[in-house]
Design a protein around this ligand. Structure first.
Ligand code: ARG
Ligand code: ASP
Length: 776
C-alpha cells in the first residue's frame, strides 16, 4: 500500500502538465518527477547537480537557519546569506542606543569583529531516504488512531537506533502526504554562527509593514552570517579559536540578473502548507479562525504602534516584536481575501463532488473512502469551539501578553522541581538566565498592562468560545473585580514578574521559598486559573478531535491520489528541504492592472519620505543614486535592480532561500510573497501567487558600494553566465572565474570531517530562539 503513492507519482511524471509554479518538491525525487519539466522550462542543470549524496551538489549549500528560515553558503569561508528579517533577532540582540545596528547597520571589517549568537544554528542535510516501509511495518488499516501511532512511534525509535550515522550526524524522520509516506533526513548542525553584516533597516526593512506582503517592493532584505567550525571543519560550540567553515559546495553569484520569463528555482525549508484540506476546514478558517486572530492582533498592534511612535527606546525594544505580530496579522487578512477572491470554497466543493463521483463509480473505492467527507463535516463542526478557544488562548495568553512568557518559565521551573528536586530546579534555573536577561532588555510593563487589559476583555467576550470566556468572567467575579482595566491594574501593581531583579531574587532563594513566592504572585495565580480551565476543558478534547482529523486527512490524501491518477500531488510543506521552481513573472492583481516583475532603485527614491519610520532612505544611498555610482552591479541599461517577482511556490520558512538561475548560480534572495497570493498555503493559484526576491546585484551593490565592505564580495564567486554562454565576453571588469554551466560552484577544496568522537555533539537541550521579524 505505502509504495503505491510513490508508484503513482512515478507514472505521473510523464504526464505532467507543463505549467510549473505549484508544488514544493523533494530534492531527491526531482530526477523521477520534475527534471524533464524543469529542463523544458529552461533549466540547464541535471537533477543530480541539485541533489546528490555522492558528490557536492546545490543542496550542500542550503542551510536551515535556526530552524525558522533558510540561508545559503556563498563562499568557501562559510559565508551565509539570509534575510535581514531572519537575522533581525540577532541584529537586535547586539543593538543598543549607543551601538544601534538596527538603525545604522553593522559590518564586520574582519573575522575578529564578527559577532557570536548563542542559540543560533545552521543545519545541513546530508542525505534523504525513503523509510516508509520501516515506519509502517506492522501497521494495518484496521488499527485505531492511537494503536497506529504507537506502532509508528515504536518503528521510529527502532529506526533511529538501527541507522548507522557518521560523526556529528543526526537522524530526523518526518511524515509526508499526511502520513502515507516517510522520509528520513540525515543532518549535521553547526552551532557557532556569527553575524557578519547587515544593512541599516532603512534598506533591510525599507517599506517595513506598509510594504510587507506587497508588490511593487523595494526592500534590501538581506544579512550576512558565517558558520564557524572546529579544527577539523567539524561542528563545534562557540569558541574563539573556531575557524570559518569550509563547505562542500557554495553558490556562485550571477552578475547578469534576470529577465521576465527566466527559469528560477527556490531551494529551502518551507514551513507549513495545507493544500489538501476539505472545504469544511477552509470555511472554518475563513469565517471563524482567521477573523478571531486578526482581531486580537489588531488590538495588540494598535497599542504597540502608539507607544513606539512616542519614543526611540520603545521603538528599538518593540520593533522586532511588532514586526513579528504584524506579519501574520497582515498575512491572514490577505489570505482571507485571496481565498474569497479565488473562490476557494467553490473549488473545494467541486473537487469533493468529483471525488464522490469516483467513489460512486467503484464499490471498492466507496467502501474504502466513502466515510471520509461526512466524517470531516462532523469532526470540524465538533472542533469549532475548541479550535476557536485554542486560538484565543494561544494568541492572548501564549503570545500577546508578554509577561506570560515569564509565567511560563516559572511554571516550568516548578515542574522541574517536582520532577527532579533541587537538582532539576537548579539546572532549569541556569538555563533561564539568558532568556530572562533578553526578555527584560525589551520589556515595558506599562505597555504590557494596556495589552493585558484590552486582550483579557476580548477573551472574556470571546464569541463562540463560551467556556474560556466564562473562565475569564468567573475570575473577575470570584475576585470582586469590576472590569478588565481594574483587573490589569490589580495584577500589574502587585506582581514581581514585571521586574527582572525581583524575579531573579525570587528564583535565587531556596526552591521551596521561591515556589511559595511564585505561587502567591497575582499574575501567576491569574494565569494558572485561566490555564487550568483551558487545560481541563479545551486542550484535551482539541487534541483528541484533531488527531481523528489527522487520521482522516491521511486517508483522504490516499483517496485523492487513488481517485485522480492523473492529477499531480506534492506533499504539503513540513519544514523539510524542498525545491520549487517557476519563472520570473508579473501578474494582474486586479482588473486593468498589470504588475511588472522587476523594480529598481528609482522606485526606492519615488517612495522616499525623509524622516519617515518606514520610508526614509540613508544619505549615502541617495548620493550613490544621484551619481549613478552603481559599480559593476547595474543592468545593461544603467539601472540599479532591487527586487523581482517569480511564480515559485513558497511559504514561511522559505525566507532567505536562494533564487537560483538555470545554471545553478544565485540570482536573488527570496523573502516574501504578494498579498493577493498569500492563500497559496491553502489554495495555490498560478494566476496570482508570486514570490518576491531581492536581486543579487542589489545585495552586492549595498555590500560593496554602500557599506564599503568589498572584502566580503572578494570572498564570493561572481559569474557572468549569460554573457559567457552567448560567447560575448563581458566588457565589465573580470571578476572571479565564471562557473561552467555543468559544474556549478563545486568546491574542490572541501574536506568533509570524518571520524570524530561523538562527545562533541551539539546538545539537544532546547534552544531559546530569539524573535525574528518573520514567523507567525
Ligand atoms: N512577510 C515576510 C515573511 O513572512 C517578511 C516579514 C518580515 N517583515 C516585516 N515587516 N514583518 O515572513
Ligand atoms: N516571509 C516569509 C518567511 O519569512 C516567506 C513567505 O511567507 O513567503 O519565511
Amino acid at each position: 500500500m505505502k509504495n503505491r503513492i510513490l508508484l503513482v507519482l512515478f507514472l505521473l511524471s510523464t504526464t505532467f502538465s507543463l505549467r510549473g509554479g505549484e508544488g514544493m518538491w523533494l530534492p531527491q525525487l526531482l530526477k523521477a518527477l520534475n527534471e524533464g519539466e524543469m529542463q523544458t522550462m529552461g533549466m540547464k542543470l541535471t537533477a543530480e547537480q541539485i541533489y546528490s549524496v555522492n558528490q557536492g551538489s546545490l543542496k550542500d549549500a542550503i542551510v536551515h537557519f535556526g530552524g525558522f528560515c533558510t540561508s545559503e553558503v556563498i563562499s568557501d569561508q562559510g559565508l551565509l546569506l539570509t534575510n535581514h528579517h531572519c537575522g533581525y533577532g540577532q541584529i537586535q540582540s547586539h543593538t543598543s542606543l549607543e551601538k544601534n545596528y538596527i538603525k545604522n547597520g553593522f559590518w564586520a571589517k574582519n573575522l575578529q569583529e564578527e559577532l557570536a549568537n548563542p542559540g543560533l544554528f545552521a543545519r545541513f542535510i546530508v542525505r534523504i531516504d525513503d523509510v516508509t516501509e520501516a515506519m509502517l511495518a506492522g501497521v494495518s488499516d484496521k488499527m485505531g488512531t492511537k494503536e497506529r501511532q504507537s506502532q509508528i512511534d515504536k518503528n521510529m525509535a527502532a529506526l533511529k537506533v538501527n541507522t548507522k550515522l557518521g560523526a556529528f550526524e543526526e537522524l530526523m524522520i518526518r511524515p509526508f502526504y499526511h502520513g502515507n509516506q516517510y522520509f528520513s533526513f540525515t543532518t549535521v548542525t553547526y552551532n557557532d554562527v556569527r553575524l557578519v553584516g547587515a544593512p541599516p533597516e532603512m534598506i533591510g526593512k525599507f517599506g517595513a509593514d506598509t510594504d510587507n506582503w506587497e508588490w511593487p517592493r523595494h526592500t534590501g532584505d538581506f544579512a550576512l552570517f558565517r558558520i564557524y567550525a572546529g579544527p577539523n571543519n567539524e561542528p563545534a560550540e562557540y569558541n574563539e579559536n573556531n575557524k570559518p567553515y569550509n563547505p562542500k559546495h557554495f553558490l556562485p553569484i550571477s552578475l547578469d540578473g534576470v529577465e521576465e520569463g527566466d527559469f528560477t528555482l527556490i531551494f529551502g525549508f518551507p514551513g507549513r502548507t495545507n493544500q489538501y484540506l476539505p472545504g469544511v476546514a477552509v470555511k472554518q478558517l475563513v469565517e471563524t479562525v482567521n477573523p478571531a486572530r486578526i482581531a486580537i492582533r489588531d488590538a495588540a498592534l494598535k497599542i504597540l504602534d502608539a507607544e513606539m511612535r512616542k519614543d526611540e527606546k520603545t521603538k528599538i525594544q518593540y520593533a522586532s516584536k511588532f514586526a513579528r505580530i504584524a506579519n501574520y496579522w497582515k498575512k491572514w487578512i490577505g489570505e482571507n481575501q485571496g481565498l474569497i477572491a479565488t473562490n476557494a470554497l467553490d473549488k473545494k466543493a467541486n473537487l469533493e463532488k468529483e471525488f464522490e463521483a469516483v467513489l460512486n463509480s467503484s464499490l471498492t473505492m466507496k467502501s474504502k473512502y466513502g466515510d471520509i467527507l461526512p466524517k470531516f463535516e462532523s469532526l470540524y463542526n465538533e472542533l469549532e469551539p475548541y479550535v476557536l478557544s485554542r486560538n484565543y488562548y494561544n494568541e492572548i495568553m501564549g503570545r500577546n501578553i508578554e509577561a506570560m512568557r515569564i509565567v511560563g518559565y516559572m511554571r516550568r521551573l516548578i515542574s522541574a522541581h517536582e520532577k527532579n528536586g533541587k537538582t532539576g530546579y537548579d539546572k532549569f534555573k541556569e538555563r533561564l538566565s539568558g532568556p530572562i536577561e533578553s526578555f527584560y532588555k525589551n520589556y515595558n510593563p506599562k505597555i504590557d498592562q494596556q495589552v493585558f487589559s484590552t486582550l483579557t476583555k476580548m477573551y472574556g467576550n470571546a464569541d463562540g468560545a463560551k467556556e474560556i470566556a466564562a473562565s475569564m468572567q468567573n475570575y473577575l467575579m470570584g475576585n470582586g473585580i469590576r472590569d478588565y482595566e481594574q483587573l490589569a491594574q490589580k495584577v500589574f501593581a502587585n506582581s514581581m514578574i514585571l521586574d527582572k531583579n525581583k524575579v531573579l531574587q525570587t528564583i535565587n532563594q531556596s526552591p521551596e521559598d521561591a515556589i511559595k513566592k511564585i505561587k502567591g504572585d497575582p499574575l501567576f495565580k491569574f494565569a494558572s486559573e485561566i490555564n487550568s480551565t483551558y487545560q481541563d476543558k479545551i486542550a484535551g478534547r482539541y487534541t483528541e478531535i484533531n488527531s481523528e482529523i489527522n487520521d482522516l486527512q491521511r486517508r483522504y490524501m490516499e483517496g485523492l491520489i487513488e481517485a485522480f491518477p492523473d492529477k499531480r500531488f506534492w506533499p504539503d510543506a513540513n519544514s523539510t528541504m524542498r525545491v520549487t521552481y517557476g519563472k520570473v513573472q508579473g501578474y494582474q492583481p486586479r482588473d486593468g492592472i498589470t504588475y511588472n516583475p522587476l523594480t529598481t532603485l528609482d522606485g526606492v527614491i519615488a517612495k522616499y519620505k525623509p524622516g519617515d519610520y518606514e520610508f526614509d532612505v540613508p544619505k549615502k544611498l541617495l548620493q550613490l543614486n544621484a551619481l549613478r555610482d552603481y559599480g559593476d552591479y547595474a543592468t545593461a541599461d544603467g539601472k540599479m535592480p532591487v527586487c523581482f517577482l517569480g511564480s515559485n511556490h513558497t511559504t514561511g520558512g522559505n525566507s532567505g532561500s536562494p533564487a537560483i538561475d538555470a545554471n545553478g548560480n544565485l540570482v536573488g534572495l527570496n523573502f516574501d510573497r504578494v498579498w493577493e497570493g498569500t492563500m497559496s498555503d491553502i489554495n495555490y493559484d498560478p494566476s496570482i501567487c508570486r514570490n518576491i526576491m531581492v536581486d543579487a546585484r542589489y545585495i552586492l551593490f549595498i555590500i560593496d558600494k554602500y557599506a564599503g565592505a568589498g572584502h566580503l564580495v572578494k570572498e564570493m564567486k561572481l559569474v557572468h553566465p549569460r554573457t559567457d554562454m552567448s560567447g560575448n565576453k563581458s566588457s565589465k571588469k573580470k571578476l572571479n572565474k565564471p562557473v561552467p554551466a555543468k559544474q556549478p560552484g563545486i568546491n574542490p577544496k572541501s574536506k568533509r570531517q570524518k571520524a570524530i568522537s561523538k562527545d562533541g555533539m551539539p546538545t539537544k537541550e532546547q534552544k531559546v530562539v530569539p524573535y525574528n521579524g518573520g514567523g507567525r
